[in-house]
Design a protein around this ligand. Structure first.
Ligand SMILES: [Zn+2]
Length: 578
């Protein structure tokens, strides 16, 4: 089915409205996209015409405007808890995270109208609830321009990628620097979707497809849900799209080269990205990327077809997906191994029947060097390798609980925003826990999304008795948010709170020694402590740089003494393992 203008006019007789409900996309013959205000006005008008639609409000965004989500429920109850108990499948569609990529904004407006107003479609969604975020990045949508998507074929005007504070919201799902993300948390946990869709427009390679998909990486999702995504959901989705005449392929993850010789690998959606985040809460997630060089009209229709295919899969597979989600949520258990980072395995590949364009390297008129040129008149269908198998690069054993001293309120806030269950320690007490010391990390030299991120983080672990105070937080991992806890609180995890700079104060020593005073103390320490003396002498022997650096020598003794502060490099979230 294609969204059709004519059908909108038919509603006149049924609903008695003088004007048909037409999107800006439709009235401009596929040239324009609605502004933020036009989009919201459209949904308000739709909600007035049908009892099946309502608009809900979440928290404020950085633009000072609240986030809204629109809900389609044929039973007009709009109660997610009740719907879940009644065995309905819940879908959440997020649009305009990058408002310069408005295809999903337009496709969702038509989809919600068509499925709410046209009774012939109701059979498909009688057991489904569809929630749509009309425009997520409101601040970006308000910054309309015609040039920031340099490679994109329409529409005439669109919003900007950065939000009201120039954050890329599709990197903010863990650190939650923006109010948008907090409003998203509120929406996401209220809706608690079984299927999550995030709509985009691509950059990068050229090929014949109008639309590509980035499924939640199935190895990373893991368990039965991971196998289901890879072996059932995605093939079914591709077949449905084929039937609609809109072929879809995995996102073509190559830049400045063609995929037809070497093939390409699956994009890894780490937790900072939308579907990486929704994976932490066991939701089957898909990003879609329509192709920037196809016309806006064609891209919006491809997005519409995709969303319709999702409704069809929700009907046929909804029950299965809901069961898998429950099992997935129960799979995080203390003592089990859990991956903190992943690497691509090239040991196996899939053959992909790929519809591309021949590419060649020719001399650039601008730089005189070689540049890539795709031959649009040279389409091909070739079998190419597609690498979509990832293996754990680092794993950890899930503890029974994490213990977080109450002072780390930025972390505690984030856990609360994500619906984490916790208990408070009732009285001051010492508990034997695993303690991490940060033994190695690198810090990026340029800012990324407001942070100088840490990577290659390594820890050493010891078991110690640590004093906790009344009011400190015990967070058990055996809960729905267990996976979120492990992948944010383990410092070696790829998008851990540590990597996003929440614990940088422990990386700096607060107290130091005055060398002329410490000289005498150091001498006494060496006399008293034979082991220390031997270590010190041995180090001088093997390390000439150390042997010639008096400050390094005093510092070595200081760090091995009781004067050295306990908090330095000690990660202040503790693992309770038995
Ligand atoms: Zn995007």
């Amino acid at each position: 089915m294609k969204p059709v203008l004519i059908l909108s006019f038919l509603f006149l007789s049924c609903y008695g409205h003088a004007q048909p409900l037409v999107t800006v996309f439709e009235s401009s013959q596929g040239q324009s996209t609605a502004t933020y205000h036009e989009t919201m006005e459209y949904y308000r008008s739709l909600a007035e015409r049908t009892p099946h639609i309502t608009i809900k409000e979440a928290g404020l965004t950085d633009a000072g405007v609240p986030l809204h989500f629109v809900v389609l429920d044929l039973d007009a109850e709009f109660d997610f808890e009740k719907a879940r108990k009644a065995g309905k499948t819940i879908i959440l569609i997020n649009n305009g995270i990058h408002p310069g990529e408005p295809d999903g904004i337009e496709a969702s407006m038509m989809l919600m109208r068509d499925y709410a107003l046209q009774p012939q479609y109701h059979a498909l969604i009688e057991n489904t609830i569809v929630a749509v975020i009309p425009v997520y990045n409101i601040g970006g949508a308000l910054q309309r321009n015609s040039h920031s998507r340099a490679n994109q074929n329409g529409p005439e005007e669109y919003g900007f990628r950065g939000n009201a504070r120039n954050y890329d919201l599709n990197r903010d799902f863990i650190k939650a620097d923006t109010k948008n993300t907090r409003a998203f948390y509120e929406t996401f946990h209220a809706v608690d979707p079984d299927i999550f869709i995030d709509t985009h427009v691509s950059n990068g390679a050229d090929y014949q497809y109008s639309i590509t998909h980035l499924a939640t990486q199935h190895d990373k999702m893991g368990g039965e849900m991971g196998s289901y995504i890879e072996n059932e959901f995605t093939p079914k989705l591709e077949a449905l799209m084929g039937k609609k005449g809109t072929d879809i392929t995995p996102y073509v993850n190559v830049f400045n080269t063609t995929p037809d010789h070497e093939g390409f690998s699956q994009f890894l959606d780490n937790p900072r990205y939308s579907t990486g985040y929704t994976t932490l809460f066991h939701t089957l997630g898909f990003m879609i990327e329509t192709h920037m060089l196809k016309t806006f009209d064609r891209r919006v229709n491809a997005t519409y077809h995709f969303l319709e295919a999702i409704l069809e899969l929700a009907k046929t597979d909804g029950q299965r997906i809901r069961q898998l989600k429950v099992r997935q949520s129960e799979s995080i258990k203390p003592g089990k191994k859990h991956a903190l980072s992943w690497r691509l395995s090239k040991a196996t590949s899939k053959q992909l029947k790929f519809k591309g364009y021949e590419g060649e390297m020719i001399e650039s008129k601008v730089t005189g060097q070689s540049r890539l040129l795709y031959g649009r008149n040279k389409p091909f269908v070739k079998n190419i390798p597609y690498y979509n198998h990832y293996v754990p690069a680092k794993e950890v054993e899930i503890p029974i609980a994490y213990i977080i001293p109450q002072g780390w309120h930025e972390i505690i806030d984030r856990l609360k925003w994500n619906g984490v269950d916790y208990q408070l320690i009732q009285k001051d007490t010492a508990i034997t826990v695993e303690v991490y010391r940060i033994s190695k990390y690198n810090t990026s030299s340029s800012p990324y999304e407001g942070h100088y991120r840490h990577n290659n983080v390594q820890v050493v672990v010891s078991t110690e008795s640590v004093s906790f105070r009344k009011g400190d937080y015990i967070v058990y991992t055996d809960q729905f948010a267990g996976r979120y806890l492990v992948e944010t609180l383990e410092p070696e995890a790829v998008d851990s709170f540590f990597s996003w700079n929440f614990f940088d104060t422990i990386l700096q020593q607060k107290e130091h020694f005055s060398p002329y005073v410490f000289e005498d103390v150091a001498w006494q320490l060496l006399q008293r402590d034979k082991t220390l003396r031997q270590e010190f002498e041995a180090k001088k022997k093997v390390n000439s740089e150390f042997a010639n650096n008096w400050y390094a020598q005093l510092d070595f003794i200081y760090r091995h003494s009781e004067y050295y502060e306990k908090a330095h490099m000690v990660y202040p979230v503790y693992r309770w393992v038995h």
